[in-house]
Design a protein around this ligand. Sequence first.
Ligand code: 3PG
Length: 307
Amino acid sequence: MKVLVATDKPFAKVAVDGIRKEVEAAGYELVLLEKYGEKAKLLEAVKDVDAIIIRSDVVDAEVLDAAKQLKIVVRAGAGYDNVDLAAATAHNVCVMNTPGQNSNAVAELALGLMVMAVRNMYNGTSGTELKGKKLGIHAYGNVGRNVARIAKGFGMDIYAFDAFCPKEAIEADGVKAVASAEELYSTCQVISLHIPATTETKNSIGYDLVGKMPKGALLVNTARKEVINEPELLKLMEERTDLKYVTDIMPASNAEFAERFAGRYFSTPKKMGAQTAEANINAGIAAARQIVGYFKDGCEKFRVNKK
Ligand code: 3PG
């Protein structure tokens, strides 16, 4: 069995070593393709492999067509919007993710971005504190829960909205569950986005919703750029000079945001929420173990596509 690790944004070396150990202990071969840049290199590398571990790397019908031996793809991470699930099913390929494995890293970054924003992007002027501010967690999954846990330590007043998570589960964590996204945005001065990019959520965060936020609003995005309606957010930031946007996923219109809203806009140069040794080790090793479990025991836990 050949297992390919195809990561345009590589894991920390210590994580690759851990993945190799798991794969080789099972008697399989590990092939590494990092920083490949062009898709052609990925198409070449997938030709004779049985399994692939990816991060945000795109696995579409073309990749699946080229991967003639492929049986399983594991997205070492949470979001799998980069994988064409229907095409994988059509190719008889199992797709899994590794939920929860990198969520603390992403949550820590969300809080880090919040501190940076309320301290005026560390420009030396007097800012404000997170303590006492109302934080709205939009989607209460693995990352949202970690954000709540850390934000408690900051003394924030925490609210959450999740269309799929029962109110009781949210409130058991000492977080106030609200009934709608509209209520969350009109209540909270700080919103932290943790929704996946799906057909329903793409472009859903725009003028009307963000415009409901109280004065001194801060929108933090460590989720996906696709969930933001960029033209609408640009329009709103023009009108609402109190609104700040900090993101770990560079918008398509990054240059425009940066030029027009200097001092109240920040984007990391490359998505780095999950870029910690710990998250890479957790997600990478989980992915390797899931592949071994799939081949040796037929275990399909964490499968995300239909059969
Ligand atoms: C995820 O969905 O797990 C995060 O967005 C991390 O993505 P990355 O592995 O590309 O850093």
